[in-house]
Design a protein around this ligand. Sequence first.
Ligand SMILES: [Zn+2]
Length: 213
Amino acid sequence: MNLVFLGPPGSGKGTQAARLAAERHLVHLSTGDVLREAVKLGTELGKQAESFMKKGELVPDNLIIGLIEDRIKRGALREGFILDGFPRTIPQAESLKEMLEKHSIALSKAILFDVEDEEVVRRLSGRWYCPPCNAGYNYPAQMPQSDGVCDQDMTPLKRRPDDEESVVRNRLEVYKKQTEPIIGFYRQESILTKINAQQSPDAVFQSLLKEVA
Ligand SMILES: [Zn+2]
C-alpha cells in the first residue's frame, strides 16, 4: 500500500501518518525525515542536500525525488509507504509519478485530510508551549490548570510565531495556492479519497483504517 497524505497545516495528517505506519508496517516518509536520514548516512545525494540546507536554501525537487528513489532501490519501501508533506506542487507530483513508474510502483491512494479553515485557525492558534520545559498545551482541549502558565513550573506560556492567527491564515493561503491543484491532479488519477479530519483524532484514524482496509 503506497499512500500520499494531503491536507492543510493543523489537519493532523502527520500524527495520523505515524499511527497508520506503525499499525500497518508502512514507512512514514516526511520530507524532513528523508532529508535528515540521507544527511546522516552521508550518501552522495545526502551531501548535496546538506549543502542546500546549510545555506538555508530549499532542497530542489529532483533531489528529494532522488532521495525517495534511493530508499526504493535499497528495498526500504517494499512493504509500502506514506508520503507526508510531499508532493506539494504539480511539478513535484508529476516527477514523483514518473520516478515511481520507472520502478513499476503505483500510488494506491491520495488521502485528503479535509478540515475547514476556521477549524485550522482554532487548532493552531490554540497551541501554546512553555519555553523552558517545552510542555505543550492546547486551548480549549488541554488547558493548563491556571490560565496562561505552565503546570510544571508556572512559566508564562508562549505561542510559536507560526501559530499566531494572522500567520496561520497566511499559511492556509499558501497551502491553497500551492497544494490545492494537487488535489485535482490525484482526482484525475482516480486515486483521491477525502477523510473528514474535523473529527477527533481517534475517529479520524478509524475512517483512515476503513479507507486502507
Ligand atoms: Zn514549563
